[in-house]
Every structure is written in C-alpha cells, then in structure tokens.
Design a protein around this ligand. Structure first.
Ligand code: ADE
Length: 223
C-alpha cells in the first residue's frame, strides 16, 4: 500500500512510522510511505499556509491553495483515496481500518490550527476521519494512529495471521486477560485453567472473561 502524508510536521510522523512493526512493514514492501511538507506547495516568499477566518472568530484557518496543489500532484484519479484528519470526521474504528486496508493508495491530509477551508472538504477530499472525540493540536498525530491501525492489517505485516483476527473489536468484544511467566508473581497466581492444558475449557474461560471485561469497561459494545 502506498501512503502519502501531507503535513506541516513530517518529522512528527517519521519516527513512529519508521519504528518497530511499521518500519518492518516498509522494509518488507507492504508499506510504501512518503511524508511531505505542505509548505513545499506554497508559492509566496513566507510559505504561508493559514489565514484569519472570514466572518471573524478565534484562531487561524488553513488556506486551500497549497492543499489542493499537493493532493492534485500526488493523486491518481482511479486508485487514490484522499482523507482529511479532523475531529469533525467520521469516527475511526477497527471496521473502518479494515475498509481502508483494502485500498491501494491513501493520501492523508493533516489539519492544523482551528480548521481547514471548507472547499477542501467539499471539493477535494473523499472522506474526513476523526480518531476519537477529543481535539489534538494537529492532525499529524491522528494520521500516525490511522496509518498504524491500517498497516498492521495488511497481509504479512503481523507475525501470525491469526493475531489480528483475535484483536479486541474484531469479534465485537474486548480481548480477555493474558498472562505469561512467572505462574506466581508477588503471591498473585495465574488462573489455574490456563495451566491445565484443557483447550476447550481455556477457550470457554477466555470467552467468559472477554464478555466480563466488555461489560465492565465498554457496555456500549454489547448494547
Ligand atoms: N485533529 C485534531 N484532533 C483530531 C482527531 N480527534 N481526529 C483526527 N484529527 C484530529
């Protein structure tokens, strides 16, 4: 999958997407990542990307010209999906991640300041995505979250193909508790059933615990 991120802070995206599993996804060729600085598409001497809102109000709004120029220079009309990261977007979930994991080419535009000129939303991007009901200082952080969740679903990126099928949310429930050695730590013992070797009982225990955890932490998922 090719991913182009357009942001005022390419370095903010670089470190998290070059590390660990995302780094290996790039080395393996599953992720072809390109980071771009929006200011490279400005044509004025001061590389201005924002201005005061028409009608007045607090803060600054991102101007449309450089965003249109950047996306138009990177987009291939048939295969590219253009996404704007914004708290006003469609809420990002595991099923939205699966939807985007099927795309060939993502162009991710990161918002900043108080917002983005609405003509970008009306006439340029295919979708607006929010990673949750809170406001970050800029969309680059949201873009890293968005891309990480998508890329780990691509074939060959996780060690075990099974591991993303077992994730929280894939089944509609949170993942149940996990334990590893030592079997006793500070007097706290690992549940006996997990040491029993009874696969059916272990599976039943895990299901019960997953349901319990979901009921306690995320009752909205069961409703
Ligand atoms: N930019 C600022 N906050 C955001 C959020 N919650 N999701 C996506 N982009 C954002």
């Amino acid at each position: 999958m090719r991913v182009d991120i357009i942001t005022l802070f390419p370095e903010l995206c670089r470190a998290p997407l070059d590390e660990s599993m995302m780094g290996r996804a790039q080395e393996a060729g599953a992720l072809d990542l390109h980071l771009y600085n929006l200011r490279d598409w400005t044509s004025d001497r001061h590389h201005v990307v924002d201005d005061a809102p028409f009608g007045g109000g607090q803060g600054m709004v991102m101007k449309p010209e450089a965003i249109f120029a950047a996306v138009e220079s990177l987009r291939t009309v048939t295969t590219s999906s253009v996404v704007l990261m914004t708290p006003q977007g469609r809420r990002f979930t595991q099923s939205v991640a699966r939807e985007y994991a099927a795309k060939e080419h993502l162009i991710v535009v990161c918002g900043h300041y108080e917002g983005v000129d609405h003509r970008v939303i009306e006439h340029l991007v295919d979708a607006e995505i929010s990673i949750g009901d809170y406001v970050l200082t800029n969309g680059a952080i949201a873009a890293v979250v968005f891309i990480d969740a998508i890329v780990r679903l691509l074939p060959g990126v996780l060690g075990h193909e099974q591991s993303s099928a077992d994730d929280s949310f894939s089944s509609g429930l949170l993942e149940g508790p996990q334990y590893t050695r030592p079997a006793e730590f500070r007097g706290w013992k690992v549940p006996e059933v997990l040491l029993s070797g009874h696969h059916a009982e272990i599976a039943a225990w895990r299901k019960r615990e997953a349901e319990r955890r979901t009921r306690e932490n995320r009752p909205d998922l069961l409703a």
